[in-house]
Write a protein that binds this ligand. Structure first.
Ligand code: EPZ
Length: 431
């Protein structure tokens, strides 16, 4: 019941209206990382009982809990303390088609099911329209193990071999969920395995720390994981895991503070996960103080132009912060350039920001931005999760009122974003 009610409650909103927030003085606490919660939900299939703390309650994680419920798991959710207990034995190995199509993270249940049952049937994942979002790298890994893979229509059925064909695999391209799916799948195969050219995002390493607690030995040498899986009966049956803070939510609020903070205190983050973001903020002239590893104070600043930003796999500048920085650069005196190197279609927010008066020219995967004095409120459309957050920031700093449609994208990936902004004095409403 709880799950259904929360999904209905969050899923019903279509539009967000926000007026100029003036200056923002106050503090905001960062929630648990969505992109860590999702692989950990898939990892809950590997144990009888898993308790997750600092669990962010948002549409994508609620969809993930629904998938687990459909697979036979019992879900006990404590929304007031951001805790969830997932327990029981898995009864099926087919991921719900409808739910899988709602978010990209559903692909992780492929790895979770293979790791626990050795068999999985899943539909092609959904998610933001920021590019083709193929899963060829995931499938190449499974093929290298000797898996049986059948594709019928939208469905993929995968069966693990009793023993892996090879004990080494190199990803031809760095993939976050591809690395996570490989880690989840390998827990079913006893013995040593070498994974090369892996993703090292903090969310991947949060899954690594979970698997180490489970009893899997994982050593890291640069972009190589050396994995040693013990016999199944030596793996733990129940675990508790605290999810790391959401570095992208934190970065989103740092950008808001750079535009309106007087100051804005961002608490409960992990400053070590934000090195590239903080560096780029300071390069753009943003005044901020790192008060502790968990707290940053940021001030409205005179923004310098002539910025150059290239998105890269971690520890490089995160693609999930690109849209938010486009708003920052749109208001920085002078020219800036953003190069999107991860996804092939992640500039849709530029079109919307231009409706608000931003001066942006797109050429392939490059955005050329000419800073303007101010943005004007307008009616705009959210196109993906991080674009929607960027448009909310733009609306908070623009003159007048901004109406953002398709706001479900925001509610998929940010916990209580509207409430957090309202507590900082912003005037906004969800409809
Ligand atoms: C994860 O997506 C995140 N999602 C994304 O966050 C994030 O933008 C992305 O990593 C990059 O950091 C989750 O963790 C749930 P990839 P993922 O596989 O794993 C190509 C958000 O806003 N590729 O690292 O899907 C792919 O097209 C979301 O929270 C293949 O070609 O990204 C992309 O160009 C948006 N074949 C590049 O690799 C594959 O099989 C990186 O993708 C897989 C990926």
């Amino acid at each position: 019941m709880e799950l259904e009610r929360l999904i209905t409650q969050l899923g019903k909103f279509k539009v967000l209206k926000i007026s100029n927030c003036g200056e923002i003085k106050g503090e905001v606490s960062i929630s648990g990382a969505k992109n860590s919660a999702l692989p950990l939900l898939a990892a809950s299939l590997l144990v009888e009982e898993l308790t997750l703390e600092n669990f962010p309650i948002l549409l994508d994680t609620l969809y993930g809990l629904k998938i687990l419920q459909n697979l036979g798991k019992e879900i006990i959710l404590y929304p007031e303390t951001n805790r969830v207990v997932i327990r029981g034995t898995v009864k099926g190995n087919k991921v719900d088609y409808q739910l899988a199509g709602l978010f990209r993270g559903s692909i992780l249940f492929l790895g979770g099911l293979l790791g626990s049952m050795g068999k999985a049937q899943i539909a092609q994942p959904g998610g933001c329209p920021i590019g083709k979002r193929p899963i060829d790298l995931h499938l190449k890994f499974l093929q290298s193990l000797g898996c049986q893979i059948e594709q019928e229509g939208d469905f993929i059925t995968v069966k693990l071999p009793p023993k892996p064909k090879r004990r080494e695999f190199t990803f031809e391209k760095i993939t976050v969920t591809g690395t996570e799916n490989a880690l989840l799948t390998l827990t079913a195969l006893e013995g040593e395995f070498i994974l090369k050219n892996v993703a090292l995002e903090p969310e991947v390493l949060d899954l690594v720390s979970f698997l180490r607690k489970l009893g899997v030995k994982i050593e890291i040498f640069n972009r190589t994981f050396k994995i040693v899986v013990p016999r199944k009966k030596e793996l733990k049956h129940s675990l508790t895991h605290q999810i790391i803070p959401d570095r992208i939510e934190a970065g989103t609020f740092l950008v808001l503070g750079a535009l309106l903070g007087n100051p804005l205190k961002v608490k409960g983050l992990n400053v070590f996960h934000l090195k590239a973001v903080i560096e780029k903020l300071q390069k753009a002239g943003v005044r901020l103080k790192v008060k502790s590893p968990g707290e940053v104070e940021v001030y409205k600043s005179i923004l310098r132009g002539d910025n150059y930003l290239e998105t890269q796999p971690y520890p490089g500048f995160p693609t999930d912060m690109q849209a938010q920085f486009m708003v920052l650069y749109a208001l920085a005196k002078g020219r800036s350039v953003i190069v999107e190197k991860i996804f092939e279609n992640r500039f849709q927010h530029a079109h919307e920001l231009k409706k608000m008066g931003a001066k942006i020219r797109i050429e392939g995967n490059k955005a050329f931005i000419e800073g303007v004095e101010k943005l004007k409120g307008a009616s705009v459309k959210a196109t993906d999760l991080r674009a929607s957050a960027a448009l909310v920031i733009a609306g908070a700093v623009a003159e007048g009122e901004t109406t953002i449609s398709n706001i479900h994208h925001l509610l998929r990936g940010y916990e209580k974003f509207d409430q957090k902004l309202a507590s900082l004095g912003c005037r906004l409403k969800l409809f």
